[in-house]
Ligand binder design. Structure first.
Ligand code: OFO
Length: 174
């Protein structure tokens, strides 16, 4: 049985993950409009991954005999300055999600909720991967600057991302 504090906090995190999915789908739509299909593909997989994160928490609350409560999801940004600024915003967003996961983990420690620890350890590790993948992409985009050819090479690389390689590679190691 979950305590009310843990249940409320996990329910909030379900919404945060669903907002992340919404945000990345909006970023995918932006890239589609620019015909940067590799970036669009990468963001679409990111959307799927965030939906899976939300469902992992959703299932966990139910498994612990809790009650999932969903809230409204905010509208994500729809316009961005440039492909570069999209990836920088995604990195900032992941840093924010990391701090939320850390707070949730600290709450599970304070409440001595060991099953939640175990679940949240997965999310703590996942955030390391999320930030690593985006850090690398942003670093590469910093290097290419305004070079159009570099952007197209990057688009091709991101288009190689596979769903299975998500957690490990992020940018697609193919
Ligand atoms: Fe769910 O990890 Fe990104 O936000």
């Amino acid at each position: 049985m979950l305590t009310d504090r843990i249940q409320d906090a996990i329910n909030r995190q379900i919404n945060n993950e669903l907002y992340s999915a919404h945000l990345y789908l909006s970023m995918s739509a932006y890239f589609e409009a620019l015909d940067l299909n590799g970036f669009a593909h990468w963001m679409r997989l990111q959307f799927e991954e965030e939906t899976a994160h939300a469902m992992k928490l959703f299932d966990y609350v139910n498994d612990r005999d809790g009650r999932v409560v969903l809230h409204a999801i905010d509208q994500p940004p729809i316009e961005f300055e440039s492909p570069h600024s999209v990836m920088r915003s995604a990195l900032e967003h992941e840093r924010l999600i990391t701090s939320m996961i850390n707070d949730l983990y600290a709450l599970a420690v304070a409440e001595r909720d060991y099953p939640s620890h175990v679940l949240l350890e997965w999310f703590v590790s996942e955030q390391v991967e999320e930030e690593k993948a985006l850090n690398e992409i942003v670093a590469h985009m910093d290097l290419i600057g305004n070079d159009g050819t570099g952007l197209l090479i990057m688009d091709q690389r991101l288009g190689d991302r596979t769903a299975d390689a998500d957690a490990e590679a992020g940018e697609g190691e193919a």
